[in-house]
Design a binder for this molecule. Sequence first.
Ligand SMILES: Cc1cc2nc3c(=O)[nH]c(=O)nc-3n(C[C@H](O)[C@H](O)[C@H](O)COP(=O)(O)O)c2cc1C
Length: 392
Amino acid sequence: MQIRRCSIVLLEPREEVGFDLDNLLSGGNGLNRTHRWVALAPHLEAAVDVSAGERELLGRLSPTDWVDTKALAGDAETVRQLLKSGLVVARGKRHAAHRERDERLRETQWHPLAATFHAFTRWSTLDTVQGMRDSGTETPEQMRAAFGPPPVAAPSRGEASSSVPLPRAEPTAFDQLLGRRVTCRNFDAARPLPRALFAQLLQRVFSVQAQVHACEDTVFVKKTSPSGGGLHPVEAYLLVQNVEDVAPGLYHYHALDHALEPLPMPALPLRGFAMQAVAHQHWFADAHVLVVLAPRFDRTFWKYRQHAKAYRVIALEAGHLSQTLYLSATEAGLGAFITGAINEVPIERAFGLDPVRDGAMAVCGFGWRGEAMETTELDPVGVIWETMAAAD
Ligand SMILES: Cc1cc2nc3c(=O)[nH]c(=O)nc-3n(C[C@H](O)[C@H](O)[C@H](O)COP(=O)(O)O)c2cc1C
């Protein structure tokens, strides 16, 4: 049988600390520490425990050249273990599953550290709200008590005497728009969003505005946000909850056609899936539309091959799209949000994404604001909330 090492694997010496009653009763500190080596291979779903022999053999195998297992007769049992875990892949039907996933990873041209980071920072079932409650860090006062003060908000550099004061400009309509941009945590779930407004936002933020055909099959596109290499890898997958004349459900937004492509319903009811997607941040789950920002890594990595900066570029692009969405929503009189606290695994499952090629980077959303601020927003001068109260 022909085998080779998987394309990317990082080894981590891991310490786990648990509570140990026996240790406490016998005069210890009540903590039990265990040490093990784990292999982090992005084509696999989970970290894999590896023995000293497995680590040593991984170091001897090439990720590119195939070797016949006859040449490794003395290591037969270690080879068997590595094949079983998927850290080593083999030719032939029996081992196709791990090999094909590894091949997809190779074809996508990931930088090894970015691939590992992306694969192992995905969540499945996290409830961030419960997490903050459990750790007693829900409010700024609790955070201050637990962590001490944060680093200052605006640091100074150099001598104060050398500081150069700048003139302050008179605000324009654009400044007013920027000033009204406040992350919305209070949506009015009961008020339907007009279809035309919904379509206008998608057109402004996610649609292709113009194309450059470098060759027949090599197309760069222009959108209202910038994108590394003009590639625009970030797709918009929608969870529509309350838009007039649009059936609630999951969709892919086609950026060239400016059209919705319906997808199968998720396993959970939509509101439940929305909660799961945003890691149980109920203040976002009522948004009329949630937008999963899902980069196609293979499109950016086509140009930036195994590039140290490419993953950062994609994350920055998601941020640009989000800012354009915030401003477009604000201009339309709507609220918007972004969250990075998302359960990627159920999102990938529901929208049919393969995290090796494409995956969820963040979730944004937009819709009508509610009438009362039940969840805190950062609106210190009352640009949104005092204006709304005055309008009543
Ligand atoms: C990348 C990113 C991730 C964020 N994630 C969350 C989040 O998980 N939950 C949340 O309530 N707000 C989240 N926010 C919103 C921030 O909390 C918000 O921007 C901040 O409080 C400042 O308020 P403002 O946007 O109204 O100026 C996120 C913002 C950014 C840019």
